[in-house]
Design a protein around this ligand. Structure first.
Ligand code: ADP
Length: 355
C-alpha cells in the first residue's frame, strides 16, 4: 500500500515537472531528485551541499534567497523564492521557483528541510515578451498623442480668439481625454519599466508636510466633485523619492474620488508613529469586500462587481503604489467595509537623522 502511494506520488511529481530536494540541516548534504539534478546540471555521481547550490544562484538574487530561506527556517514557515540559476555544467542560465519547509526535533532545532524547484524560464520569457510589447505599444502611442494635444491647443486658441464658446468647451473636453489617455499610457510604461527593474528611486531628504500642502493646493484647484479635507501635518522629514511618493498619494486620492459618490468627503492625513510616517486616505465610497482587500495591490487586479465594472481602469495604479512603497522599505495596505468606505494607508521610515 505504502509503496503504491509512493509510486503515485512520484508520478504526480513527474507530471508537474517539479524537482524535489531535501537537505540535512547539520551536514548540509543535499539529496536531490533526478529532475533537480538535471535542472542544476549536476552529474549523476556528484554529491552536493546546500552551500554549493547557493553558489549557483545568480549574485543578484543570492543574498536575498539565502536570507529568505534562513528567515523561513527561523520562523518555522514555508520558504518561497524566484531566482536565476547558473547550472553547474555551464549550460544556459535558468529561472527557478524554489519552495521549502523545515522539520524540527523536540528541542525545536531544524533537522531536515524539504522542498521543490520548478524551471520557470519559459514563464519569465513570456512575461518579458509581454512587457516588451506593452512598453513598445505605449511608446508608439505617446507620439501621436503628443501631437494631438498640440493640435487641440491650436484649435482652442483659435476658438478663444473668435470667442467661440462652444468650441472652447469641446476643446477643453478633448484635452481632458488626451490627458487621461496620457496618464494610462504612462502607467503602462511604468509597469513595463518596473518589471524590467528600470524604475529608479531617487532619494532626497524632504518634509512630507510640504508635499502634502502642495498636493492639497493642486487638489483644491482641480477637484470640485468631492470634499477633500487634509488634516494638518507636523514637520515629517523622510529620505525618499519625492516625486514618486507624491504619485502614490495622488493615486490614492484619485481612487478615493473614483470609487465614491459625488459630494462625499475624502480625508487625507499624515501622522508619525514609532519612527514611521503613516499617510492615510479615507473615503465614504463603495468599499471593498474583505476577500478582495489583499489582492488589490496585485498587477491588473480589479474588483469584479456591478458597481466597479462601470468605472474605467486597468488595475495597475495600486500595483505601482505598492512597488514604489516596497522599494522604500515601507508598507501599504487597505481597510474597508463594503458599502461604507475604504481607508488606504502607507508608511515610510522617518529619516533618523532628522529626529
Ligand atoms: P484601477 O482603479 O485602474 O482599476 P487600481 O490598481 O488603482 O486600478 O485599483 C485596483 C482595484 O481596487 C480597483 O479596480 C477597485 O476595484 C479597487 N479600489 C481601489 N481603490 C478603491 C477605493 N478607494 N474604494 C473602493 N475600491 C477601490
Amino acid at each position: 500500500m505504502a509503496e503504491q502511494a509512493e509510486e503515485r506520488l512520484q508520478l504526480a511529481v513527474e507530471a508537474t515537472k517539479l524537482g524535489i530536494w531535501s537537505v540535512d540541516w547539520k551536514t548540509r548534504k543535499l539529496n536531490i531528485s533526478d529532475r533537480s539534478r538535471s535542472i542544476h546540471g549536476v552529474a549523476a555521481d556528484r554529491e552536493i551541499t546546500l552551500e554549493e547550490s547557493f553558489d549557483m544562484i545568480d549574485p543578484e538574487n543570492r543574498d536575498h534567497v539565502i536570507q529568505q530561506l534562513h528567515a523561513a527556517v527561523d520562523a518555522k514557515t514555508s520558504f518561497s523564492a524566484e531566482h536565476l540559476l547558473h547550472p553547474m555544467d555551464g549550460s544556459a542560465p535558468k529561472w527557478l521557483r524554489s519552495t521549502g519547509k523545515a522539520t524540527y526535533n523536540e528541542a525545536g532545532e531544524p533537522i531536515l528541510m524539504t522542498g521543490t524547484i520548478l524551471d520557470i524560464t519559459e514563464e519569465k520569457r513570456n512575461d518579458q515578451r509581454k512587457n516588451d510589447f506593452i512598453s513598445m505599444v505605449s511608446h508608439e502611442l505617446k507620439t501621436p498623442l503628443t501631437s494631438m494635444n498640440g493640435y487641440i491647443q491650436v484649435l482652442q486658441r483659435n476658438a478663444t480668439r473668435n470667442a467661440d464658446e462652444s468650441s472652447i468647451a469641446v476643446a477643453e473636453k478633448a484635452i481632458r481625454q488626451v490627458e487621461r489617455m496620457t496618464r494610462l499610457i504612462n502607467g503602462f510604461l511604468n509597469v513595463a519599466r518596473l518589471e524590467s527593474n528600470q524604475i529608479h528611486i531617487e532619494r532626497s531628504c524632504f518634509d512630507l508636510s510640504d508635499l502634502m500642502a502642495e498636493i492639497n493646493a493642486e487638489t483644491s484647484m482641480q477637484v470640485s466633485s468631492h470634499n477633500v479635507v487634509f488634516a494638518p501635518v507636523e514637520t515629517t522629514i523622510v529620505f525618499a523619492d519625492r516625486d514618486k511618493i507624491g504619485q502614490v498619494i495622488n493615486n490614492l486620492i484619485s481612487n478615493a474620488i473614483k470609487y465614491s459618490g459625488h459630494g462625499s468627503s475624502i480625508n487625507v492625513a499624515c501622522i508619525t508613529q514609532n519612527g514611521r510616517a503613516m499617510v492615510s486616505v479615507k473615503d465614504e465610497g463603495m468599499g471593498v469586500n474583505k476577500a478582495d482587500l489583499p489582492k488589490l495591490f496585485d498587477r491588473f487586479y480589479r474588483v469584479n462587481n456591478a458597481e466597479s465594472q462601470t468605472i474605467a481602469g486597468f488595475g495597475i495604479g495600486l500595483y505601482l503604489c505598492a512597488e514604489i512603497i516596497k522599494r522604500h522599505n515601507g508598507n501599504i495596505w487597505a481597510e474597508s467595509e463594503l458599502g461604507r468606505g475604504s481607508m488606504f494607508y502607507f508608511t515610510l521610515p522617518v529619516d533618523p537623522k532628522a529626529s
